[in-house]
Design a protein around this ligand. Structure first.
Ligand SMILES: [Mn+2]
Length: 269
């Protein structure tokens, strides 16, 4: 079992709090049939059930055949939550509320969860802080990217550092054929946010090309929110279909042949 090669991978796009679509995905045969699952991240900040979605994600992330990538929405939330915990301990001033409407909605839901569970706190069982620490810990233990066979997976974009860092053998972590490596701070934003890719795409220029013989899969936001067809260019497949931004937008999962990096099928939920 441990040496069982990963042949098929499911890459799941941004969820943004759409718990119903996430539940449909988790119950699907497509989810069960693959050898490994990679979540693009961005499971918070959206119009659905953020707390319920986060709880499901924290459960799934415990599985050894599931990887959740670092993404910008969790990063920003974690920065706030850490400031909030420091404030609770009297070690920092009250954190400033975020300006973004969707992030305020996430905090509002976390607050409601605290209100509804604080009276039931006993014997050290504290659901609110358990959830908050779970979100923080999952973010910090998540990789910026993974490579499985001939496929690269990141939240936002491809950066040559992803190839380079895997060549430094002492920095590679290998878990059942899933390769991850640390990135320098200067490269991490490009992998998480795809900044260069987005800017170039807006100006109509070519995306940075996936390395020869590899495919790259990303989520994030590429202005293809209302279609279930992924946008593919230069070996990079963008899978953010705007799930969680409106109830109508689908959650997309790409089934990938790890040996070739190619897309086998696209599943929507
Ligand atoms: Mn997103």
């Amino acid at each position: 079992m441990f040496n069982h090669p990963i042949k098929r991978v499911l890459y799941i796009g941004d969820i943004h709090g759409n718990k119903e679509r996430l539940e449909r995905l988790l119950a699907s045969s497509a989810y069960a049939a693959v050898d490994h699952r990679v979540f693009a991240g961005d499971y918070v900040d959206g119009c659905g059930d953020i707390v319920g979605t986060a709880q499901l994600m924290l459960e799934e992330a415990k599985r050894s055949d599931v990887t959740v990538l670092k993404a910008n929405h969790e990063r920003d939330l974690v920065v706030f939550l850490k400031q909030f915990l420091a404030f609770q301990l009297g070690k920092a001033p009250s954190p400033k509320l975020p300006g973004k409407k969707e992030r305020l909605a996430t905090l509002e839901q976390l607050h409601q969860y605290w209100e509804s569970t604080r009276d039931h706190t006993m014997d050290g069982h504290d659901p609110f802080h358990q959830l908050v620490l779970g979100i923080i810990n999952l973010y910090h233990s998540s990789p910026y990217f993974v490579r499985i066979g001939r496929a690269f997976f990141a939240h936002g974009g491809f950066h040559p550092a992803m190839m380079r860092s895997l060549r430094h053998a002492d920095r590679i972590q290998m878990v059942r054929g899933v390769y991850t490596a640390d990135l320098r701070d200067v490269e991490a934003p490009h992998v998480m946010l795809g900044n260069m890719l987005v800017r170039k795409a807006r100006h109509g220029n070519a995306l940075q090309r996936a390395p020869e013989g590899f495919s790259v899969y990303v989520g994030h936001h590429y202005g293809r929110s209302n279609t279930e067809t992924p946008w593919t260019k230069n070996g990079i497949t963008c899978l953010d279909t705007g799930c969680g931004k409106s109830d109508d937008n689908l959650l997309t999962a790409a089934e990938i042949n790890a040996e070739t990096g190619e897309l086998i099928a696209l599943h929507t939920f």
